[in-house]
Design a protein around this ligand. Structure first.
Ligand SMILES: O=C(O)C(=O)Cc1ccc(O)cc1
Ligand SMILES: [Fe+2]
Length: 386
């Protein structure tokens, strides 16, 4: 099993495609329905990350000529709604999912063109509006999927991206649902609980509460996916005021893909490039970088606080004792980008892992607060614009 791509549904697909191209350095490489059909679909790539953008231009269910995905119910919502996996035995997996009582949206279906054939089926996830397309493309020779036309002027594009793979997909989940979501992914696809601290109870996950934060985080890993893609379940815990998970769920009925963590080998270069192209990152108060403990942590791994501060990059060392000189060099650098659509919509994250596999509580707190600040700022801007 391998992550193939993540699909976005947008009421204005061309706008989202332009955003991915001009701000996030993605390159469109395959498309269908651009000639005025009832739906258009475009596949874009940055390094090892593939996104698909769907637009159902007629905004109806009557003629959803959408391949590899099922259009979401109306009213139309701008969202990331499908995570596609490459698998080897679609009929076998389909039977397994039926036996597990899953809601199958499309039975095994074969499509072919001059480059070969693929078989796929679609299953509804237990999380909000999310579905999974399971594709066997072993008998397909071109770079995407049958039904798509390959775009020209596509040379050199593979090397220009600086994203290597999808590191994790974070779901916003209704309160109390994480254990049953974990159980569903375990039974259906073989995911396992990935503890974020020693002795973490899978029923409870990591609970983070305090000033302006109330979050329960449960992480899942799938050994069949190799090093790729964890799932992160984010639930809101009661805290003062509204928060990003509650608001996301309110906006998306039962939750869904809140953010996608994209792995880069050089977060400083990636953040600088994207920032020059107009991506706004969720920033930290400058006190984060002047705090003596944090400064020591940054210098200890051979970095400079100013490098991080420029783009709001956060650091979390995996070691217990960040102040010791021989602190292990395992650490994690992360930053959240602004929401792709409205202020409560899906957003992207850049993440650089230096041997650290999990998620650090320090970074989680800081990421959470940075997104709270950014959303509050977007709310103020919305009011001013009215
Ligand atoms: O650390 C990470 O990358 C996370 O994904 C944790 C996280 C999840 C949801 C939030 O709203 C804020 C932080
Ligand atoms: Fe994340």
């Amino acid at each position: 099993m391998r992550l193939s791509h993540v699909t976005f549904q947008a009421s204005n697909a061309l706008k989202l495609i332009e955003e991915f191209v001009t701000k996030y350095k993605f390159h469109p490489f395959a498309a269908r329905g651009l000639d005025g059909g009832s739906s258009c679909q475009v596949a874009l790539r940055n390094g090892g990350v593939v996104f698909m953008v769907n637009e159902n231009t007629q905004k109806t269910h009557e003629n959803p000529v959408m391949l590899y995905d099922i259009p979401l119910p109306i009213p139309f919502l701008d969202t990331a709604c499908n995570v596609s996996f490459e698998v080897e035995d679609v009929p076998g997996l389909y039977r397994h999912l039926v036996d597990e009582g899953c809601q199958l949206l499309l039975p095994p279906t074969e499509l072919h063109d001059d480059f070969g054939s693929v078989t796929y089926c679609i299953v509804k996830s237990v999380v909000g509006n999310v579905s999974h397309t399971l594709i066997d493309r072993r008998h397909y020779k071109a770079s995407f999927l049958p039904g798509f036309k390959y775009l020209k002027n596509n040379t050199n594009n593979l090397s220009s991206g600086n994203l290597t793979h999808v590191d994790h997909i974070a779901y916003a989940c209704p309160f109390g649902t994480s254990p049953s979501i974990l159980e569903w992914y375990r039974r259906c696809f073989g995911f396992q609980h990935f503890p974020l601290y020693k002795g973490e109870d899978p029923e409870r996950g990591l609970e983070i509460t305090g000033h302006r934060i109330g979050l329960r985080l449960t992480s899942l890993v799938c050994p069949r996916l190799g090093e790729g893609c964890k799932l992160v379940l984010a639930e809101s815990l009661p805290q003062e005021g509204i928060n990003q998970v509650d608001q996301f769920i309110e906006h998306h009925t039962d939750g869904g893909i809140q953010h996608i963590g994209l792995s880069t080998p050089d977060i400083f270069k990636a953040a600088r490039d994207l920032s020059h192209l107009g991506v706004r990152f969720a920033s930290q108060p400058s006190s984060y970088y002047s705090e003596p403990r944090k400064q020591k942590e940054i210098y200890n791994v051979g970095l400079e606080p100013q490098m991080l501060e420029k783009f709001g990059i956060l650091i979390d060392s995996a070691t217990e004792d960040i102040l010791s000189e021989d602190a292990s060099k395992k650490f994690l650098l992360q930053v959240f980008a602004e929401p792709l659509f409205s202020k409560n919509s899906v957003f992207l994250e850049l993440i650089e892992r230096r041997s650290a596999e999990g998620f650090g509580e320090g970074n989680i707190r800081a990421l959470w607060r940075s997104m709270q600040d950014l959303q509050e700022d977007l709310t103020v801007k919305e009011h001013e614009a009215q």
